[in-house]
Design a protein around this ligand. Structure first.
Ligand code: OOB
Length: 539
């Protein structure tokens, strides 16, 4: 079994008694639809259409062959697929035989994948030839040398390594193969992070399934829902809030889009009668602009009933324009891959929907909002958010030191967000964690700083958020150079980081060079001053 930090026994018992944890594996989502509605449409991916029976058969084929290779409980997989049907077929296949995947984002590159592989030591890697890392076999060979037994690629011709071949040629699961027990790790979510190395979040069947089932009710997902998956399929928001898995749970259809780019999405919405879409704020802004530019485009969105917006701060003024311009309802979502998800409710007053980020899913989500001394603050006063509950994890994978900082002795997780509670709803007003939220994409400052100081001429580096009209935040690297070092240009530095293999969204948008970095009274880098200097620059 895969190690993780379990919930204390008494809480676990309570979560079961309350009906949150129902001791069913996540693969049950598919089993239930196969029994109830095998011919209903589950997935639309370009011109391909998969029924629940198709999804089931393909995932069984892959599961059977992987099981025959000896994969099973306790094993892990590293998966990196774009927004295509195979993402879900693969996910369910791995669940069926109890192999826990890390679903890397398609934008991740060598550095991220190598780090995930280091942490989970995968037996199988499932990726796509269209990704630069897998265009030739260099990286694949490295993975194999590191202990990966099986590598399957989407877009591969060789049947031995072709994911498509394995999905279409399989058979029955060997005796003894099956999902892990529901109180065990089903897969890993990715943390947005604030540390030097990206952290993994073990999610159990029980906890994740509860967050999905409850979200389905809160967001009104039904078998009539047609859900546009345009954000990265692996992200927690896209997967479970209520997400693609929520749609499968309700027997609806998931329609894939390669990106949230408005014009191509509008055509898909019109053609496939999409009713629901989750988006991050910058994508909403693009959708709004597309309709403003040409109001006739609004007719393409006629079927759209609900837009969920989350992942980063959403300006009230933009929120108000969603129903007005796009003709659909709005639901705000404030969630995290670690667990806790808040929603405005569909029947909340407009004022709440436009100005708040919602309230927790569960009556047993415990929320604390505390000041710098750790004391609870009254409603209306900003404070740091801490939480524990039936679907909030209890520890990052194999990270005892970091866990000691991120959790208190009672098991509350400190998310690093500054929030205000009003009338039971939360509003996100700031952040304590050292992270840049680039339009929903999270960048851990320390990770990039560590890479920058490896550059020969750089002695100190500090990455901070710079306000940005479109993305909310962009990143700015403040650098101190070695004495006598020549000028460094931003393209040189970006090329250097790219060569190290870091994902492009983590490249600093701006660079500033200083003779030294400002320090606080206790001698830490004064990031607030750096941020303030950028704010005045922008103003
Ligand atoms: C979602 O998950 P992550 O893990 O990528 O990022 C979580 C962090 C939060 O701690 C917060 O800092 C920020 O993203 N965030 C928001 C927000 N929603 C998330 N900040 C302001 N307003 C919001 N509405 O981003 C995520 C996971 C599940 C559902 C939705 C989002």
């Amino acid at each position: 079994m895969i190690e993780f930090n379990p919930w204390p026994h008494d809480l676990a018992q309570h979560y079961r008694k309350a009906g949150y944890w129902i001791d069913q594996p996540l693969s049950h989502i598919l089993d239930a639809q196969l029994a109830a509605n095998p011919q209903a449409e589950a997935l639309v991916c370009g011109s391909r259409r998969l029924s629940y029976a198709d999804l089931d058969r393909q995932s069984r084929n892959l599961a059977a062959r992987l099981a025959l290779c000896g994969l099973g409980h306790g094993d892990t997989a590293l998966v990196q697929l774009p927004n295509v049907a195979e993402f879900f077929v693969t996910f369910f296949a791995l669940l069926r035989i109890g192999v826990a995947p890390v679903n890397a984002l398609f934008s991740h590159r060598r550095l991220e994948l190598t780090e995930y592989a280091r942490q989970i030591q995968p037996r199988v890697v499932i990726a796509a030839r269209e990704h630069e890392l897998f265009r030739d076999d260099t990286f694949a060979d490295e993975l194999r040398a590191g202990g990966v037994a099986q590598l399957l690629l989407l877009g591969e011709d060789d049947p031995e390594r072709s994911l498509t071949h394995w999905l279409t040629h399989g058979g029955d699961l060997p005796d003894g193969a099956g999902p892990t027990p529901a109180d065990q790790v089903a897969f890993f979510q990715l943390s947005g992070g604030s540390t030097g190395t990206p952290k993994l979040i073990p999610r159990t069947h029980n906890d994740y399934d509860y967050s999905i089932r409850a979200s389905v009710g809160i967001c009104g997902v039904t078998s009539a829902t047609r859900f546009l998956c345009a954000l990265p399929a692996a992200h927690n928001f896209t997967m479970s809030s209520p997400g693609t898995l929520g749609v499968f749970h309700a027997g609806g259809a998931v329609v894939m889009a390669p990106s949230p780019e408005p014009l191509s999405c509008f055509e898909i919405v019109a053609r496939e009668h999409v009713t629901m879409v989750p988006l991050v704020p910058p994508a909403v802004a693009l959708w709004l602009r597309a309709v403003e530019e040409d109001p006739s485009r609004r007719t393409m969105l006629g079927s759209l009933d609900l837009m969920l917006v989350g992942g980063a701060s959403f300006a009230e003024a933009t929120a108000r324009r969603v129903p007005e311009l796009l003709g659909c309802r709005l639901q705000q979502v404030f969630g995290m891959a670690e667990g806790l998800v808040n929603y405005t409710r569909l029947d909340d007053p407009a004022e709440v929907i436009f100005t708040m980020q919602g309230r927790p899913i569960s009556p047993d989500d415990e929320i604390r909002i505390v000041d710098e001394d750790g004391d609870d603050v009254p409603d209306g006063t900003p404070g740091a958010l801490a939480t524990r509950g039936p679907y909030t994890f209890r520890g990052y994978y194999r990270s005892p030191e970091h866990n000691a900082q991120a959790f208190d002795s009672e098991g509350f997780y400190y998310s690093g967000d500054v929030v205000v509670r009003q009338g039971g709803n939360l509003r996100v007003v700031g952040r304590i964690k050292d992270q840049i939220n680039r339009g929903g994409e999270k960048i851990a400052a320390e990770e990039i700083e560590n890479l920058l100081v490896r550059f020969p001429d750089i002695t100190h580096a500090a990455l901070v958020a710079a306000p940005d009209a479109h993305l909310g935040e962009k990143s700015c690297a403040f650098l101190v150079l070695r004495e006598g070092a020549g000028k460094l240009s931003p393209p040189t530095l970006r090329r250097y980081l790219l060569e190290l293999g870091v994902a492009e969204y983590k490249l600093p948008d701006r660079f500033r060079f200083l003779p030294e970095l400002p320090l606080t009274a206790v001698g830490k880098i004064d990031k607030r001053r750096l941020r303030d200097s950028l704010a005045t620059e922008t103003a």
